[in-house]
Design a protein around this ligand. Structure first.
Ligand SMILES: [Zn+2]
Length: 276
């Protein structure tokens, strides 16, 4: 059943020893202040240089262990967070991804290695988060084979079961009031601007009691019972998100083209003036 009033889960992505320490400390203090039990999406072996923001934090793994002991859920966020596959997977929110389109044996090997790395740091990963939302049927089979039976993704308003895996929906990238449903708000600490962090603080101040955890969700919802209406709502929300993203990307591209044209014109004018 769709919960009313709405419930929220907070999720943090791209955590690794080189995550922006300044921003992460601010976000971690919110977790502590409001007693939130978030999802921590940890990259086991980050090889994506754009995510190397701070110097490696020697305390990183200890911090993650402490948060897990206080009720956070550890999610394995891909393996190396590369995007070398030209496929976007089920949700097609990005053109490239780490896992979608990769042979199942390779996906399973990466998931296995990722889980081993997190476990070697004393963590107990129980959830999967695909980098760039890119995963496919082979990922679901590989996850089941590795004993991971839940993931955070998709656009339903309740958890649903697909390919033997429970999909806990993740539909928001900023705080947003909703009247009903289960909503996961995904925050990327490396790029979270001050405004977003303040907005999140205010949202938590008003809605902390509505924040739930993966443990509670798995205990309270029966993911195998999903109505046709819910599946239609999921499809509509996915289309809406794809459309919004497409419009944003198109606007960014147009702005870049306009700026390039302005720069070229300025250079031409400078050249003409120099000749005169
Ligand atoms: Zn990521």
């Amino acid at each position: 059943m769709v919960p009313k009033p709405a419930q929220y889960i907070l999720r943090f992505d791209d955590l690794c020893p080189t995550v922006s320490q300044r921003r992460w400390q601010r976000l971690q203090s919110l977790i502590e202040e409001f007693g939130i039990r978030p999802i921590l999406g940890i990259i086991p072996d980050n090889r994506n240089p754009t995510l190397d923001i701070s110097e490696p934090d020697p305390q990183f793994w200890e911090r993650m262990r402490t948060l897990e002991a206080r009720g956070a859920t550890i999610a394995v966020h891909g393996y190396q967070h590369r995007s070398e596959s030209p496929e976007g997977g089920f949700l097609s929110l990005h053109k490239r991804s780490e896992f979608a389109g990769v042979p199942e044996a390779t996906q399973r090997k990466w998931i296995h290695l990722g889980l081993e790395i997190l476990r070697s740091h004393g963590l107990n990963p129980r959830l999967w988060i695909a980098p760039r939302h890119g995963f496919d049927w082979a990922t679901l089979d590989a996850l089941c084979a590795e004993g991971i039976t839940a993931l955070s993704d998709g656009f339903a308003r309740v958890p649903i079961m697909r390919g033997g895996v429970t999909w806990i929906p993740q539909q928001l990238w900023e705080p947003m009031e909703k009247s009903k449903g289960l909503w996961t708000i995904c925050i990327h600490p490396n790029t979270a601007a001050n405004d977003l962090i303040e907005e999140l603080r205010e949202f938590l101040r008003q809605h902390a009691a509505q924040f739930t955890s993966v443990d509670r969700v798995l205990a309270e919802f029966d993911a195998t019972h999903v109505t046709l209406t819910e599946l239609m709502c999921e499809r509509m929300e996915l289309w809406r998100t794809q459309f919004v993203r497409y419009r944003k990307q198109r606007a960014l591209k147009q702005r870049a083209l306009k700026q390039r044209a302005l720069r070229q014109r300025a250079m031409q004018e400078q050249g003409l003036q120099a000749k005169q």
